[in-house]
Design a protein around this ligand. Structure first.
Ligand SMILES: [Zn+2]
Length: 529
């Protein structure tokens, strides 16, 4: 059940040809896509630079696979609890799954462990909540970590003993015709990772953050060492990385859902970023002053102590006064894209046939600000596929909280309902719920179709798009809860909108089998199963 299909051959041949391209040429091409990438990558040393350049060079379209990809995100805990064969049986029988997206590295509960405490346990697996330490769920090979400040021995997640989600699962999956894509995300627990302070992001006030700086050479070496290790020592069909961050400006205006943080953190102002920003013609000190002024504005806005001009005009005046606010934000997300290029190049230089792509967090479908940053065609230059999180069930409560957050900051001159109406107009969605209803009704399958079509139109068939289908992603117990017909409708909508695949998200351990079966039912109806 090879979902890649023979039509991918031309692209593989193209990549094979890269072996003959001089490193200098790769560097030049790597630096061309936004005028900054090549210069920034030089500091990482020749080996990494060459790899990063490979990704930026890709120009050939990737045709869609012959068969739909039906992926599922799954952590090691499920295989340990339910047995490898038992799990694979269930995934195939209930969900028509043909691709494992196996979590090899995270310190978060979103992709690892059993059900999140406080949420009802699903209808399978061990019926107890667990504790997770997190880290790596596969063996590490120290020779790949020479340049990394983080030692591989400090990364192995201890809670599952020697169980290895790649070595103990991949061959068994392959024997059934199932592919394995490794999945990892940048969710860290700095208190459990010695030396993390050497690679962490630094906010506008000099405080260390819980994620890595995107420009710190040690941070880059750490992530690329893991990628090199995994790709070298395993036979993998693909790789998917999750970087769920939205950059300093989106963070400051509270575009990320959930409760607004009481203390805003604008990243990154570490010495590496400051130097690189300056090299790119941005005044880091002006950017710093701009973000501090923005922080002050947000505090005044939320305290209701702003002066006479109202919120939006004052906000806009800040952007005009400090264009460096926008420049630093752009610098941030282009740095994130450089990481995509480096990971892509590193993985492809080891395994050219592996499909390397990115989970793009759900704000790529909900936030006009984040949508503007995350330009699909630009992302496609360093990817074999994209998986936008078109999560319609949890999308309802999340979108409602996003709207309320933005209303409480930059759109305070309007009512929350007016802010929602403005977003519905911008997003061109029709028939979605009112603000009061969104948390309990969720978004519709039409939203899934709309966002798949939007992404497909932007990508122009250059690379496949795999729609993220949310199954039991936690919401409040009184909010929208996934039902089998929701999963079936969303899966049908994604395929009928032209997606060549779906990724059932965000982890098997929290999904009810009755809901997973909704995906299987959709595949049957489409004639795929
Ligand atoms: Zn930095």
């Amino acid at each position: 059940m090879d979902t890649k299909g023979s039509s991918d051959t031309s692209r593989r041949d193209f990549l094979k040809g890269l072996g003959a391209v001089p490193a200098a040429a790769l560097l030049g091409a790597g630096g061309s896509y936004d005028g900054h990438a090549g210069g920034s990558a030089v500091g990482d040393g020749g080996r990494r630079v060459t790899r990063g350049g490979v990704g930026a060079l890709r120009t050939e379209p990737v045709p869609p696979p012959d068969r739909p990809l039906v992926g599922i995100q799954i952590g090691a805990r499920s295989f340990v609890d339910e047995g490898v064969d038992g799990c694979l049986d269930t995934l195939q029988a209930k969900g028509g799954v043909n691709t494992l997206c196996s979590t090899v590295f995270t310190y978060g509960r979103g992709l690892a462990g059993r059900q999140v405490p406080g949420q009802p346990l699903p209808d399978h697996g061990v019926q107890e909540y667990d504790e997770i330490h997190g880290g790596s769920y596969t063996a590490a090979h120290p020779e790949h970590y020479v340049e990394s400040p983080i030692r591989p021995a400090d990364l192995r997640a201890p809670e599952l003993g020697d169980f290895d989600i790649l070595a103990d699962v991949t061959a068994k999956a392959k024997a059934r015709g199932m592919q394995t894509y490794l999945l990892f995300e940048e969710v860290y627990n700095p208190s459990l990772i010695p030396n993390f302070e050497k690679i962490s992001e630094v906010d506008v006030y000099g405080r260390l953050g819980s994620s890595t700086c995107l420009n710190n050479p040690g941070a880059r070496a750490f992530i690329l060492s893991m990628v090199e290790d995994w790709m070298t020592n395993n036979e993998l069909d693909g790789l998917m990385w999750e970087t769920e961050r939205q950059g300093p400006l989106n963070t400051m205006i509270g575009a990320f859902g959930g409760n607004l943080p009481s203390r805003m953190h604008a990243y990154c102002f570490c010495p590496y970023c400051v130097r690189k920003g300056r090299e790119q013609g941005i005044d880091p000190e002006r950017a710093r002053q701009g973000y501090i002024a923005l922080d002050r504005f947000m505090k005044q806005t939320r305290a209701g102590t702003l002066s006479t001009d109202g919120t939006f005009i004052t906000f806009w005046r800040l952007l005009v006064e400090y264009p460096e606010i926008m420049a630093w934000h752009r610098f941030w997300f282009h740095s994130q894209e450089e990481m995509y290029g480096l990971i892509y190049g590193t993985a492809k230089s080891i395994n050219r046939s592996a499909q390397v792509g990115w989970h793009i967090m759900y704000y790529v479908t909900l936030s006009p600000f984040f949508m503007a940053d995350q330009d699909y065609p630009r992302l496609a230059r360093n990817a074999d596929f994209l998986k936008p999180a078109t999560y319609n069930n949890c999308g309802g409560p999340r979108f409602a909280s996003f709207i309320r957050n933005l209303q409480s900051t930059v759109f305070r001159d309007m009512t929350p309902e007016q802010v929602l109406a403005m977003h519905y107009a911008w997003l061109h969605w029709e028939g979605e719920a009112s603000l009061d209803q969104l948390p309990t009704v969720g978004l519709s399958a039409n939203y899934v179709a709309h966002e798949v079509k939007r992404a497909m139109a932007a990508l122009k068939g250059e690379i496949p798009l795999y729609a993220g289908i949310d199954i039991d992603v936690p919401t409040g117990l009184d909010e929208k809860r996934t039902q089998p017909e929701d999963v079936k409708a969303a899966t049908l909508a994604a395929f009928r909108a032209g997606a060549p695949g779906v990724v059932l998200s965000r982890k098997y351990a929290e999904m009810k089998l009755t809901n997973l079966a909704g995906a299987g039912a959709a595949l049957k109806e489409l004639g795929y199963a």
